[in-house]
Every structure is written in C-alpha cells, then in structure tokens.
Write a protein that binds this ligand. Structure first.
Ligand code: RBF
Length: 158
C-alpha cells in the first residue's frame, strides 16, 4: 500500500477541539528502538505543536509490538486518558513471527478502541527492511509518528 500521496507529516490541521484539555497515552514498543524512538518523538512533538500540554501526555513502554494491545488496554481503561497512540515497528524476517505479530497487534488495537470507544491509533510500521522503516521514521517518507498524533486529534474531533 503506497503512502507517498498520503503523508500527514505535511498536514494542515485546523482543530475544532481544545487539544490542551485532552490527555494522550503513547505506548511504545522497545523492539527496534532505533525506529520506535523516532516515531515516538514525532508523535510527542506533534501533539505539543497542536497544543497538548506535556503533563497531559503519558508514555508507557512495552517490550515488543505484540504487547502493544495489552499496554493500550491498560491506558484506555483509565478515565483520565482520552486517546491512545501505539508505536511499534515489526520488520519482515525469515520466520512467520512477522505475520503473527502484525495480525495480533492490528486486531488487538482495533478491539481496544472498540471496547473503550476511544481512539486507539495504529502507529506500527510493518516494513520489509530497517531502511524502509527509517525512511518512515523521520526520513524521506516523513514520520508516521507525526501522522499517528494527527490521527488521534482528528478522531477526538469526531
Ligand atoms: N517485536 C517487534 O516489535 N518487532 C519485531 O520486528 C519483532 N520481531 C520478533 C521476531 C521474533 C522471532 C520474536 C520471537 C519476537 C519478535 N518481536 C518483535 C517481539 C514480540 O513483539 C514480543 O515482544 C515477543 O514475542 C514476546 O511476546
């Protein structure tokens, strides 16, 4: 799925809500940290740029992307969290782990959003290579962390 024409890193968001009153949780997978730290930084800085207060952004780490669903559930269950952003990077390998992890986390995150009726954003890269991941984590294809933050705000406007 090409995203070259769908790059929210160059967005113009005229928010209809008061972002400063909203609370965000960012759940970050530690696996492929060289990528996920860049995605986190993109998401965090974008939230600040759009008016979120630093004290209203909580970060939680989980070991790998497979654990994002439960981390997201713990955050979504909190009454003081309005939206959850999940950050991960699953790189295609020689084993079937890629398919299992990607499918599990996609379903898991979807279910958490539906269960709590809150935005739970899928900021998970699923590239073939580390280079492709870095291209999307502040490289030539923008930063998908920025896009995850914008998506969270857009969903809060719904
Ligand atoms: N977690 C990721 O976030 N990205 C990966 O690319 C990734 N690759 C994995 C490959 C293998 C073979 C295994 C066993 C785990 C991998 N994990 C990865 C970790 C996974 O998300 C989870 O933390 C562990 O499976 C423990 O539940």
């Amino acid at each position: 799925m090409a995203t070259a024409l769908k790059n929210l890193s160059d967005y113009s968001l005229q928010s209809s809500i008061d972002v400063s009153s909203k609370t965000f949780a960012i759940v970050v997978a530690e696996w492929n940290a060289e990528v996920t730290e860049k995605l986190y930084e993109g998401a965090y800085q974008t939230l600040l740029k759009e008016g979120a207060k630093p004290e209203n952004i909580v970060r939680k780490n989980v070991p790998g992307s497979f654990e994002l669903s439960l981390g997201a559930q713990w955050m979504a269950a909190r009454n003081d969290v309005d939206a959850v952003i999940c950050i991960g990077c699953v790189i295609q390998g020689d084993t079937k782990h890629f398919d299992f992890i990607c499918e599990a986390v996609a379903h898991g995150i979807t279910n958490v959003g539906l269960k709590y009726s809150k935005p739970v954003i899928f900021g998970v890269l699923t590239p073939n290579t580390l280079e492709q991941a870095l291209d999307r984590a502040g490289g030539k294809h923008g930063n998908k962390g920025d896009e995850a933050a914008i998506t969270a705000i857009k969903m809060l406007q719904f």
